[in-house]
Design a protein around this ligand. Structure first.
Ligand code: MAN
Length: 364
C-alpha cells in the first residue's frame, strides 16, 4: 500500500460544534461535505454544504427510534421493537420479520462559509441562523445525504442522496448564491448514489459518474458514466470501473467531482472503496484511490492508483459513529496542491492536502 504523503490534515467540524435542529434530536455526525470555491463580485470564499446527522434523544425500553419527516414536513419518530432488529450495521436497523431496513438517524444539509477553506466559523451555529437544506419531498422523508457540488458556468449544481420508503435515490438541486436552492427532483432512481457531475460538457453533453447497486450481483459494485442534454434526463449509461481488489471488494463509488489534471488535461477524481468484512456483515474499512480519465472519452481510464492513497490513520478517522472511514467528497485546486475534503468515521469533516506531483506519480 502506497499512501500519499499528506502535507497537512485538519479536523474542521465536529458534532459538538452544532446545535440540533429539533429538541427531540441530538447531533451525532457532521461529515461527507460538498465544497466549492464561490466567487462573488467582491470576494472568493470556500463554501461547504455539510451533511448533519441527528438521532433521537429519548430512549424506550425494548424499542429503537427511527426518525422521518411526514408529508406535512413534521418530524415523526417510529419505534421499532428490539426483538425484531438485527443490529450488525451501525447505520441501519435490519428488520427481521420483513427483511426491510430503517435508518438509525436522519440527515439534512447545512451551508458553511470560510475565507480560506480551513477556518469555518462554527460559533453559535444552529439551523435557525444558517442556511439549511432540509428533507422536503416524499423521496427525502428519511433524510438527505452526501452532497457533491459542481460549478457549471455560473450555476452551482448539487447532487445529493435522498432516502425514503421508496429507496435510495440521487436528486439534483442548483443555486447561484447558496442562500436558496432550486430542486430538480430525482435524477437517478433506486438504488443509486455517489453521483458526481463533470464541470464541463464533453462532446456537447453533460456527464455524470454514478453507482448503480444491483441486487443480482455478478461482481462487486461498479461505477458507471452517463450523459445528458439538460442535467435531469440521463442516458448513454456505460460501465467505468469495478472493485477489483480487496480494498474495494465491498463497495466502490464516486467521490470528488472531477477536475482537470494540469499535466494531461484529463479528468482527475478521488473515489472511495470499502472492503468486505470477514462475515459479510458490518461495515468494512473505507479508503480512497484516484482515477485519471480521458479528456474526451472519460469512459477510458488512462491511469489509476492500484492501492489506496488515503486510509483512516488519525484517531478521528479511525474511531467515530462508523469506525475506519475516510470518504472524500470534494477536491479543490490550490496551486501546487490538491485539497481533499472528506467525512471521517461518519462523524467529523476533515481536509487534507496532497502535492499534485505526488498524486501524478502515484497514478499508473
Ligand atoms: C455509505 C454512505 C456514506 C457513508 C459510508 C460509510 O457509503 O452511507 O454516507 O459515509 O457508507 O459509512
Amino acid at each position: 500500500m502506497t499512501l500519499l504523503p499528506r502535507l497537512f490534515t485538519e479536523k474542521l467540524i465536529s458534532p459538538s460544534d452544532l446545535q440540533a435542529s429539533d429538541p427531540r434530536l441530538k447531533v451525532v455526525g457532521v461529515f461527507n461535505p460538498g465544497v466549492t470555491e464561490f466567487k462573488s463580485k467582491t470576494s472568493t470564499e470556500t463554501i461547504m454544504v455539510a451533511r448533519v446527522v441527528e438521532q433521537v434523544i429519548e430512549q424506550r425500553e425494548g424499542y429503537q427510534p427511527s426518525p422521518r419527516y411526514d408529508k406535512a414536513g413534521e418530524l415523526q419518530i417510529d419505534w421499532l421493537p428490539n426483538d425484531d432488529i438485527d443490529f450488525h450495521d451501525p447505520r441501519v436497523y435490519h428488520i427481521q420479520s420483513t427483511g426491510l431496513q430503517r435508518l438509525r438517524f436522519i440527515s439534512y444539509l447545512l451551508v458553511l462559509r470560510s475565507p480560506d477553506g480551513k477556518i469555518f466559523d462554527t460559533s453559535n451555529l444552529n439551523p435557525t441562523n444558517t442556511i439549511t437544506f432540509k428533507p422536503e419531498t416524499p423521496y427525502e422523508s428519511f433524510g438527505i445525504e452526501d452532497p457533491r457540488i459542481t460549478r457549471i458556468d455560473d450555476t452551482y449544481y448539487m447532487t445529493y442522496v435522498a432516502v425514503s420508503l421508496h429507496g435510495v435515490t440521487t436528486c439534483l438541486a442548483s443555486t447561484t448564491d447558496f442562500k436558496s436552492f432550486k430542486r430538480h427532483g430525482v435524477i437517478f432512481c433506486p438504488e443509486n448514489k455517489d453521483v458526481v457531475l463533470f464541470p464541463e460538457t464533453i462532446n456537447g453533453q453533460f456527464m455524470a459518474m454514478h453507482r448503480p447497486m444491483p441486487t443480482i450481483k455478478f461482481r462487486p459494485p461498479e461505477m458507471w458514466l452517463a450523459t445528458s442534454d439538460n442535467l435531469t434526463h440521463w442516458g448513454n449509461h456505460c460501465f467505468l470501473l469495478s472493485g477489483q481488489s480487496d480494498w474495494q471488494s465491498g463497495r466502490i463509488g464516486g467521490g470528488t467531482p472531477p477536475l482537470r489534471d494540469p499535466d494531461t488535461g484529463g479528468w482527475l477524481t478521488v473515489y472511495h472503496g470499502s472492503e468486505k468484512t470477514a462475515d459479510g456483515k458490518g461495515v468494512g474499512m473505507y479508503t480512497a484511490g484516484a482515477l485519471l480519465l480521458d479528456t474526451n472519452e472519460p469512459q477510458r481510464v488512462i491511469k489509476q492508483t492500484t492501492s489506496p492513497i488515503m486510509q483512516p490513520e488519525l484517531d478521528f478517522e479511525k474511531i467515530g459513529f462508523v469506525n475506519n472511514v475516510v470518504f472524500p467528497t470534494a477536491m479543490l485546486d490550490r496551486g501546487e496542491e490538491w485539497w481533499v475534503y472528506y467525512g471521517a468515521a461518519d462523524e467529523h469533516i476533515g481536509v487534507t492536502a496532497y502535492r499534485k506531483a505526488d498524486l501524478s506519480a502515484a497514478l499508473q
